[in-house]
Design a protein around this ligand. Structure first.
Ligand code: MSP
Length: 500
């Protein structure tokens, strides 16, 4: 059985989740569910990044103890992910004692390898990004990544010899051309590495909210070294069975702002520790609001938990996955979300299920097929069902174009709606009607299997309306008989008001 280990970044708990962070988790969820449908052994990891100066400051300004504060925010993440139907296998917290122990062991390996030395950091630091920034990148004392003010710091620090890994990293990228996806993000990284690597400050003395540095108790371990280690500590590294089973990760999903840490810093740490390197880093774009990245300081955050009060989780998942290619940035608006729901979901998929279940519930004859639907679909949409599955598989395992996959699925739904309209089933005699129903219900069963990864609640509701147990991809083939007991249920989606 093939294994598939997929991770999201672990989220800072200085604030509750927003739609941008939800995007990363939803992509990971769709891919994890798809690999489960393919009967692979999947481990889907998410969690929270809880140490560091920014979290300590956020707790202070909330008037709470840091531990009390992080516990309350973690709860909000868990609740939001539950509302969005995120099927993670493990939720890791960097304040878990087992994680903290693993980080210390990991740091000791870098130390024993001669990659850590003591020095002094004089330069810029972006607290919201928890990132050291080179002088040449800072303009007007602002962070080049997030645009927020940076702080000038001068402190004793321990450094990791990142510069030592330049050639090994370049050699690794050459041998593994699919390491960073998409290609243009890989090129960005390679060009920066070629330009030279500075050693990286890996301890802080300005915050005590972190894991103690084992070789000098005045220092805490830099959050990024702590955080990246979660991908192996979650598997009980070293020595854990899960580690042997699932490492190296198949896919780390990250936003473009943290590509550098995953594609350069993380592999260098792993090389130093003698641990193998993940297979791929998938780098996605951002959701913006009126052109600006969602962030607390800009007060433009869209709260996914609030959105689920008006829109279904599947409506939100659908919109985020189909509205743009995952590489690009996309601007979020509630009116675009509402029109996607009212269009493809209410008038398309919802309407199809309502139409066919209404007729099929009353039909007493045999629902069996002549497979003319494959030819019909081919003529009307340009592909049949087996090529649809293949295309979706390519989109979820090779090109990562969830938008194209959903467009194709909705085009198949459109075909079936057109087929019903063309056939006018309400005018047909029993035998012919049985045939037409088969030609809609069988493809609908197959489409529902595919939809289990994108819109899990909707897929379950279709299965229950067509009287079939939820199935995996091995069942996604037309059979000659449709054996479900159809019972029209409630509408899949609610029409929503569009505000302009
Ligand atoms: N804690 C670090 C990650 C450590 S992983 C070892 C971090 N956390 S974060 O909460 O700031 O961001 C987590 C993820 O959410 C990142 O991949 C980031 O790109 C993503 N997003 C944050 N805002 C986003 C948008 N507005 N749009 C899309 N994704 C965004 O970085």
């Amino acid at each position: 059985m093939e294994k598939f280990y997929i991770t999201t970044p672990i989220f800072y708990v200085n604030d509750k989740p927003h739609l941008g962070t939800a995007f990363t988790v939803i992509i990971a969820d769709v891919l994890a569910r798809w690999h489960r449908l393919k009967k692979e052994k999947v481990f889907f990891l998410t969690g929270t990044d809880e140490h560091g100066e920014k979290i300590e400051k956020a707790a202070k300004s909330a008037g709470k103890s840091t531990k009390e504060f992080v516990d309350s925010v973690v709860l909000q993440f868990k609740k939001a992910w539950e509302k969005l139907d995120i099927s993670y296998d493990k939720f890791i917290r960097t304040t878990d004692p087992k994680h903290e122990e693993a980080v210390i062991r990991f740091v000791k390996l870098l130390w024993n390898n001669g990659d850590i030395y003591k020095g002094e950091y004089i330069g810029w630091y972006c607290v919201p990004d928890e990132t050291f920034i080179a002088d040449s990148e800072v303009k007007d004392e602002k962070c080049p990544n997030c645009g927020r003010p940076v702080e000038r710091i001068k402190e004793e620090a321990y450094f990791f010899r990142l510069s030592r890994y330049k050639d090994r990293l370049l050699g690794f990228y050459e041998k593994n051309p699919d390491f960073v996806i998409p290609d243009f993000r890989g090129k960005e990284v390679i060009n920066r590495v070629k330009a030279g690597l500075n050693d990286l400050d890996i301890t802080r003395i300005s915050t005590t909210w972190g894991i103690g540095f084992p070789f000098d108790k005045k220092h805490t371990i830099y959050v990024w070294l702590d955080a990246l280690t979660n991908y192996i500590s979650a598997l009980d590294w070293p020595g854990g069975e899960k580690f042997d089973e699932f490492w190296p990760a198949d896919l780390h999903i990250v936003g473009k702002d943290i590509n550098w840490f995953h594609s350069v810093v993380w592999p260098a740490f792993l090389m130093s520790a003698g641990v193998s390197i993940p297979k791929s880093i998938l780098v996605h774009g951002w959701w913006t609001v009126s052109g600006a990245k969602m962030s607390k300081s800009l007060k433009n955050i869209v709260d996914p938990s609030e959105l689920t009060k008006t829109y279904s989780a599947d409506g939100i998942r659908y919109f985020l996955l189909k509205e743009k290619s995952i590489w690009e940035d996309g601007d979020f608006s509630e009116s675009a979300l509402a029109s996607a729901i009212n269009g493809e979901l209410v008038s398309g998929l919802g309407n199809l299920v309502a139409r066919v279940t209404t007729i099929a519930e009353k039909f007493k004859g045999d629902i069996k097929g002549n497979d003319e639907i494959d030819e019909y679909m081919y003529k009307v949409c340009g592909f049949d069902l087996s090529s649809l599955i293949k295309k979706v598989d390519d989109c979820l395992c090779k090109t990562y174009r969830t938008d194209i996959a959903l467009k194709d699925i909705m085009s198949a739904v459109g075909c079936l709606n057109k087929y019903i309209t063309d056939k006018e089933p309400w005018k047909l005699a029993s035998a012919e009607l049985g045939n037409v129903l088969y030609n809609v219900l069988e493809p609908l069963r197959i489409i529902s299997i595919i939809l289990r990864s994108f819109l899990p609640e909707t897929a379950d509701s279709i299965f229950s309306q067509i009287g079939v147990e939820p199935q995996d991809l091995e069942k996604a083939k037309m059979e000659q008989h449709f054996t479900g007991k159809v019972k029209r249920g409630k509408n899949l989606f609610r029409l929503v008001e569009i505000s302009v």
